[in-house]
Design a protein around this ligand. Structure first.
Ligand code: NDP
Length: 481
């Protein structure tokens, strides 16, 4: 006997064999009483949890946030105080592809961060783009359906994608971003991250501000052209491998943490609706301020436990940070924790990757896989000295809203228009090469055999609304007059 440990079943009982099932004689049928075999097969059948309906394919790493500037005049959140270090876990992903789909697809990238703060988990569930395709969660499942698979053939369908986009002009800014070379980052290390939504910050005196987060890569931006990405399809895990290899080699990627801060009162008559997720706040109005940086320095040891079971929820907001009336954020406050309850189970916050480092004194208890045993009392209010809320922690979060209960688009601000910001990107930011690549990428996507000629006309119209040169380039590329 070597000094290897004895293999066991999941109850710790020594395994009778690693090779042979229990049978009636060497050649006879197997027996129900072979618990070791039955546990192995039954557990194997349950090895997968449902994949995420969006952002299924991804990877992640552990790291640390360090705050270098004093922003206490804007927020009292402990993690953002000067000198503070907070451990974090960051998961990168594509949006539309399933588990196993290629990392180098043209798609936005998820950029979800969980900060394990002393005041509980703070999750910032962002993307590598500062904007999104839609501005009302009513359209979210329809949007995702249009990007995934048809009901009949189970095939993805570019015609369906353009149908949704051209009927949803608010998508123009994000689709422009997606079709530039930044639509295929060369690696997760070489792209920016954005909180995308607008959030509320409030300081210890209860003063309020609106904030947007920008995580600027310190590795520099690097992208792949469509051709380069196509050649990499032989390695569908290109980005997982890149991140893992870099961290393993001690090459720890880092991002600057920048914020844009708007005084609370300025939102009402700002030239753009500051809560519209299809818009940025131009830098000339609200410049970025660097407040710190974060570094990824440790690979997961078990992919399933740390990446697949990681549950991020924009509803995890700590004192000093609140929600804004951004309708997409409001929808996500519900849908993220709801998907984790379905996908992982109602006690997903007890798993080590999701477990807060702060003490949990919650009155929720039991349920499948309950691991932290709750203590009496199990109700509040109580007269037996159970945990009690401290509403003072949230002073500053309150603000006035009034209005009719209504189903309506946002009220437009002075310069709100679906094309003005993608036009600024085309006119003021993209180089000649970027513009040529943008046109090529659109033409390539809209040239898929399933895209009808009627749809191609609508595609040209869509880009014409942004800029006539862009519309003309697409029209020429598609061979239309
Ligand atoms: P600025 O010139 O101050 O900023 C331009 C921004 O565009 C920078 O953040 C820059 O990022 C980014 N950028 C550069 N090249 C590309 C590209 N190929 N694809 C996408 N983004 C790129 O201008 P404004 O703030 O007035 O914004 C003008 C337009 O720039 C906006 O309408 C929006 O489309 C885009 N943009 C604006 C952002 C914002 O928060 N204001 C953020 C990102 C994009 P980098 O520094 O890495 O080059």
């Amino acid at each position: 006997m070597t000094n290897r440990p004895i293999s066991t079943d999941d109850a710790g009982i020594p395994a009778p064999s690693d090779e042979h099932s229990l049978s009636v004689g060497p050649n006879g049928p197997l027996l129900m009483q072979d618990h070791y075999l039955i546990q192995k097969m039954a557990h194997f059948n349950r090895e997968r949890v449902p994949e995420r309906v969006v952002h299924a394919k991804g990877g992640g790493a552990h790291g640390v946030l360090r705050i270098t500037e004093d922003v206490s005049q804007f927020t009292k959140a402990g993690l953002f105080q000067k000198g503070k270090e907070t451990p974090l876990f960051l998961r990168f992903s594509t949006v539309a592809g399933e588990l196993g789909s290629p990392d180098t697809a043209r798609d936005p990238r998820g950029f979800a961060i969980k900060f394990y703060t002393e005041e509980g988990n703070y999750d910032l569930v962002g993307n590598n783009t500062p904007i999104f395709f839609i501005r009302d969660p009513q359209k979210f499942s329809d949007f995702i359906h249009s990007q995934k698979r048809r009901a009949d053939t189970h095939l993805r369908d570019n015609n369906m994608q353009w149908d949704f986009w051209t009927l949803s002009p608010e998508s123009a800014h994000q689709v422009t971003f997606l079709m530039t070379d930044r639509g295929i980052p060369a690696s997760w290390r070489h792209m920016h991250g954005f909180g995308s939504h607008t959030f509320l910050w409030y300081n210890a005196g209860g003063q309020k501000f609106w904030v947007k987060y920008h995580f600027r890569t310190e590795q520099g931006i690097k992208n792949y052209t469509g051709e380069e990405a196509a050649a990499l399809l032989v390695d569908p895990d290109h980005h997982i491998r890149d991140l893992h290899t870099a961290i393993e080699a001690g090459d720890h990627p880092s991002w600057k943490v920048n914020v844009q801060i708007m005084p609370f009162e300025a939102a009402a008559d700002y030239r753009f609706n500051p809560f519209d997720l299809t818009k940025v706040w131009p830098h000339e109005d609200y410049p970025e301020i660097t407040i710190g940086r974060f570094t990824l320095n440790r690979n997961p040891r078990n992919y399933f436990a740390e990446v697949e079971q990681a549950g991020f929820e924009p509803s995890n907001l700590v004192p000093g940070i609140g929600a804004s009336p951004d309708k997409m954020l409001q929808g996500r406050l519900f849908s993220y924790p709801d998907t984790h309850r379905y996908r992982i189970g109602p006690n997903y916050l007890q798993l080590p990757i999701n477990q807060p480092r702060a003490a949990v004194n919650s009155y929720n208890f039991d349920g499948p896989m309950a691991f932290s045993n709750s203590q009496d009392p199990v109700y509040a209010p109580n007269s037996v000295n159970g945990p009690a809320a401290d509403p003072a922690l949230y002073e500053g979060e309150n603000y006035q809203v009034a209005g009719e209960i209504i189903r309506s688009a946002y009220t437009k601000h002075a310069e709100d228009d679906d094309y003005v910001q993608p036009r600024a990107l085309w006119e003021n930011v993209l180089s000649e090469t970027d513009r040529a690549h943008l046109v090529d990428n659109i033409v390539g996507h809209a040239s898929a055999p399933e895209v009808t000629s009627e749809m191609k006309q609508r595609v040209v119209e869509y880009w014409n609304n942004i800029h006539k040169d862009l519309g003309e380039g697409v029209s020429n590329g598609l061979g239309l007059s």
